[in-house]
Design a binder for this molecule. Structure first.
Ligand code: ACO
Length: 434
């Protein structure tokens, strides 16, 4: 444990008993009160639905200051990584903690590239799905199934197997994602091409067909690479916490990542860009925006401005700024700069940022506000948006999982509850029940 115990303590007085708890400090960010002995000392639990005030672990990977709009991977600002680096460099950084030297980068790229193919039997496995299955359903199943295909890297106590499983997962997830897409559209699977970059290879596996030459558009490859960097990790969000909690029982890494993908699928998390795009399409034109904003602000309505607001960012999401720039670049390249959805998005953003409702609640655009329009212009159907997020986030999940396995403080995740159900009562035979 590298956190520093301050001389400071937090004192709790309850039921005439006073207990002191240690206050721990990290390198940056809020201090935490270590309440791990609370139950032993007071017989009480804490209550924190949604973990809004609870740090579940110690981590050195990603830091977010939501009030200032800061996101750092291993200390490096997200904008610097997205503007100057590439995705595999970010993967190396997240996994190993440092930026690679040229030799380390070349070796890492080579190792990832050599794991891009999936077991040929996987193609048969895919045939069992309905063609109209949502690709996220296929991803949950096929990533979970990797454990059955690569059983030789499921011993979590062996550091070498852990690293092989990590490489396999980062390398194979784009292949599986592209297969899920191809299966859905009824086209043949395209094998990976190892001479291409990670993002370019993914685009080719998605959009090439055997009857035509396919040339990767460098603007699209660059944009996708940046989208992957922006989504690579985001500290203890819902899906990452799911991966950690699944892994805390000793489950194999493929199963843990499948659990993370399942969690990511929800509209409040990874599904938000799909929901944001759908919302823009429903609004349809700039003149309908005031009516829509009125619905969002109506206390009796459940309508939310999708792509706005964030549990942690109470300021502009730093990823959203980069995403907005990229959105314009991709739309210009694909000739979609007059897409009405883009106009609706820009106007909606302008109005929301000057409206008291949103200002008071600190609701700013998050990364999903512009990512949906960008991915649509690149040719991805909405059902693939969350899949792309999963491709990018796999490295974050696996880095967090690996950190957890090596953490001497690691215990099985087992939250407690405030029970409000029936107290003990006697069983009543069925014929005696009214
Ligand atoms: N539109 C309108 N009002 C909102 C929105 C929104 N998008 N988000 C929050 N609010 C309002 C709530 O109604 C609430 O208002 P009230 O105080 O008058 O009741 C207040 O802001 C606080 O909202 P909470 O739901 O408590 O905030 P929380 O931190 O739990 O929610 C969340 C965060 C789930 C992301 C929320 O902002 C939301 O639903 N946003 C839309 C979905 C979205 O874009 N998700 C993507 C997240 S980013 C990611 O996963 C990559």
């Amino acid at each position: 444990m590298d956190s520093k115990t301050n001389t400071k303590t937090a004192t709790l007085t309850v039921n005439d008993k006073t207990v002191d708890f240690p206050v721990l400090g990290g390198t940056v960010g809020p201090e935490v009160v270590d309440i791990s002995k609370l139950y032993a000392q007071t017989g009480m639990f804490t209550y924190d639905p949604g973990f809004t005030s609870t740090a579940s672990c110690e981590s050195k990977i990603t830091y977010i200051d939501g009030d200032e709009g800061i996101l750092l991977y291993r200390g490096y600002p997200i904008a610097q990584l997205a503007e100057q680096g590439d995705f595999l460099e970010t993967c190396y950084l997240l996994l190993y903690g440092e930026l690679p030297t040229p030799a380390q980068k070349a070796d890492f790229d080579d190792r990832i590239t050599r794991h891009t193919m999936v077991h040929e039997q996987m193609a048969r496995f895919f045939q069992g799905f309905r063609r109209d299955a949502h690709p996220m359903a296929v991803m949950v199943a096929s990533v979970g199934a990797l454990a059955a295909f690569y059983h030789d890297s499921t011993d979590i106590n062996d550091p070498h197997q852990r690293m092989v499983a990590s490489m396999r997962m980062i390398a194979k997830i784009p292949t599986l994602a592209a297969m899920a897409f191809k299966y859905n559209v009824g086209q043949p699977f395209v094998y990976p091409k190892n001479s291409l970059s990670y993002a370019a290879n993914f685009l080719r596996m998605c959009f090439a067909v055997p009857c035509d030459e396919y040339k990767v558009n460098p603007v699209m490859a660059e944009a996708l690479d940046k989208i992957f960097i922006l989504h690579a990790d985001h500290e203890q969000n819902a899906s990452t916490s799911t991966v950690r909690i699944a892994g805390s029982s000793g489950a194999n890494p493929f199963a843990c990542i499948a659990a993370g993908i399942a969690c990511l699928w929800g509209p409040a998390h990874g599904g938000a860009n799909e929901a944001a795009l759908q919302m823009l399409a429903e609004i349809g034109s700039v003149d309908k925006i005031p009516e829509f904003i009125a619905q969002v602000k109506d206390k009796n309505s459940t309508v939310r401005l999708m792509g706005f607001g964030h549990r942690v960012y109470k300021n502009y999401d730093p990823r959203a700024k980069i995403m907005q720039k990229m959105c314009h670049k991709v739309l210009a390249e694909t000739g979609h700069q007059n897409d009405p959805l883009l106009h609706v998005a820009m106007e909606l953003e302008k109005i929301a940022l000057s409206d008291d409702y949103f200002i008071q609640r600190k609701l700013y655009p998050n990364i999903d506000f512009y990512s949906g329009i960008t991915l649509k212009a690149m040719g991805f159907p909405t059902s693939m948006f969350t899949v792309l997020f999963a491709v990018a986030r796999t490295v974050g999940w696996i880095s967090q999982w690996s950190e957890m396995i090596q953490d001497p403080q690691q215990k099985i995740g087992r939250p407690r509850q405030l029970y409000t159900g029936a107290t003990t009562r006697d069983y009543v035979a069925i014929d005696k029940r009214k």
